[in-house]
Design a binder for this molecule. Structure first.
Ligand code: C5P
Length: 312
């Protein structure tokens, strides 16, 4: 067929370009244990995927390249430290092929913001390359590759709501109704290792309990009850993030003064997450936060939403 693609030679599932949409996450409970010998911390980490998305498009190329568009694109590394690039490398190595792909990231998730934006791009690139190369890698192996890329990457692949144990990579799905959120983006990012180091400093000499997630939070999630969830939201990294970025306290105060049911630092921060009753309250709280001058930008989102998904 002149000018066409011979599907027999490219394999039935190979495609010319693949775009994957992937959500941000918020941690509704982030319980952190003492540092382990390997430097990681055991967690009881309840993730919720929310409707703030990056998109990663994979196209064939002579060599591995990464580009990025979006308001914070200048802060995104385009070299092999980008988890999207590393995802292409590990998948190619597993398949015994070159990572000859161009990855374009349309970025909306805050960069280094505590919403797993880098992890999201890693999971999205893995899925996009798997489809582009027609590999059809079993889901369990994709999850293993994700865990090798980073503690939050498996959750970016599966999405919805889940309890993460171990260093956060061992996932158990949990039931969750829909919740509405406002996210306040801070100026600049926070380094996750630096926040964990600050947690170690603040808890030095104390008896850090085994991380656990209580039944009240899981019941609130399953019931879709925002008041009950507001009463149980907790993040053990919040004191560390506030110590490193004291002005986040002003953002938290502005969000709760504006009518949010509760405010919390998202993951290792510095994005702050505000739980609100419904979409109308989200719009009001977002407007008040924007006017407060305590944050750089706001996003309204809801969740749970599915994890990384190949777009048609
Ligand atoms: O797994 P990931 O590469 O995202 O982790 C980044 C850093 O965050 C780790 O090097 C470690 O300093 C810290 N971390 C941790 N305990 C975890 C997850 C991350 O101490 N459970």
């Amino acid at each position: 067929m002149a000018g066409g693609t011979d599907r027999r030679t490219r394999g039935p599932a190979a495609r010319a370009a693949v775009t994957v949409r992937v959500p941000a996450k918020v941690n509704v409970r982030l319980a952190v244990g003492a540092a382990r010998p390997d430097g990681f911390h055991d967690l009881a980490n309840v993730f919720l995927a929310v409707s703030l998305f990056d998109e990663v498009t994979a196209t064939p190329a002579d060599a591995l390249t990464v580009t990025c568009e979006g308001p914070d694109a200048a802060e995104v590394p385009l070299d092999r430290t980008n988890l999207a690039a590393r995802a292409a490398e590990v998948l190619a190595a597993r398949a015994g092929r070159e990572p000859a792909v161009h990855l374009h990231i349309a970025k909306r998730i805050p960069v280094a913001g505590g919403m797993a934006g880098g992890s999201a791009d890693g999971a999205a690139a893995l899925l996009a390359c798997d489809a582009l190369w027609g590999l059809d890698t079993p889901r369990a192996e994709l999850l293993d590759l994700c865990a090798g890329l980073g503690s939050d990457v498996p959750f970016s692949l599966v999405g919805a709501a889940a309890l993460g144990t171990g260093r956060g990579e061992l996932l158990t799905p949990v039931d969750a109704g829909t919740f509405h959120w406002v996210f306040a983006v801070a100026d600049g990012g926070l380094s996750t290792p630096a926040v964990f180091r600050e947690f170690d400093r603040l808890t030095a000499g104390t008896d850090v309990p085994e991380p656990a997630c209580g039944p009240a939070l899981l019941a609130a999630l399953a019931a879709g009850d925002p008041d009950a969830l507001a009463a149980t939201l907790a993040n053990d990294l919040q004191p560390a993030a506030l110590a490193l970025r004291p002005r986040l306290a002003d953002t938290l105060a502005a969000g709760t003064a504006a009518g949010a049911l509760a405010g919390i630092v998202s993951g290792s921060g510095p994005t702050t997450a505000f739980l609100v009753r419904d979409a109308a309250a989200a719009a009001e709280v977002a407007a008040a936060l924007a006017a407060s001058g305590t944050c750089r930008a706001t996003h309204v989102a809801s969740g749970p939403v599915p994890g990384a998904t190949v777009l048609p």
